[in-house]
Design a binder for this molecule. Structure first.
Ligand code: ZN
Length: 173
């Protein structure tokens, strides 16, 4: 168990749909999740999807109390979400800045649904069912996009709002 190498944009696995987890509560699944937390914490991220460390399974983790990467964001509860399904609620969208550990050094302003319901399972197969909004909803949409082979630049509409973090947000570097 240790921090793993994070695949960067260009790796074919990042653009492939992930497979559902078939068996819960296994040692393999728990090891994968531990590796994901170790990797996310070592990189200072707020979320990570299994394909980012080269595992094509529908597993995402996210959550933080305070984030250096997103200093203005409200906290999001630490969550392990497996085989997720997102239901978009309403038509309201919100623009917000995102980065990605697989797109290092860059940020973009991405439209996301303001409110969503997400369902899935925890590592023991117990159901998760939450209705959330704002940055929490944004993080879930970003992480679950990794499971269908999408990275945030492909959700952007205005590429004048895409650039290097050190240029856009010198105070974060
Ligand atoms: Zn990402």
């Amino acid at each position: 168990m240790a921090a793993k190498n994070i695949l960067r944009m260009g790796e074919p696995l990042l653009f492939k749909p992930a497979d559902p987890v078939a068996e819960f509560g296994t040692i393999e699944l728990k090891q994968l999740i531990q590796d994901m937390f170790d990797t996310m914490h070592a990189a200072g991220g707020v979320g990570l999807a299994a394909p980012q460390i080269g595992v094509g399974l529908q597993v995402v983790i996210f959550g933080f109390e305070k984030s250096e990467r997103y200093p203005d964001a409200d906290s999001v509860p630490q969550t392990i979400l497996i085989n997720p399904v997102i239901t978009l609620l309403g038509n309201e969208e919100e623009l917000g800045w995102e980065g990605c550990l697989s797109v290092p050094g860059l940020r973009g302003e991405v439209p996301r649904h303001l409110r969503i319901r997400y369902q899935g399972f925890d590592p023991n197969g117990l159901p998760i069912d939450r209705t959330v909004e704002g940055f929490h909803a944004r993080v879930v949409q970003h992480e679950c996009d990794h499971l269908i082979g999408r990275l945030f630049p492909s959700r952007m509409r205005d590429f004048a709002r895409f650039g290097f973090t050190e240029v856009l947000f010198p105070e974060l570097v």
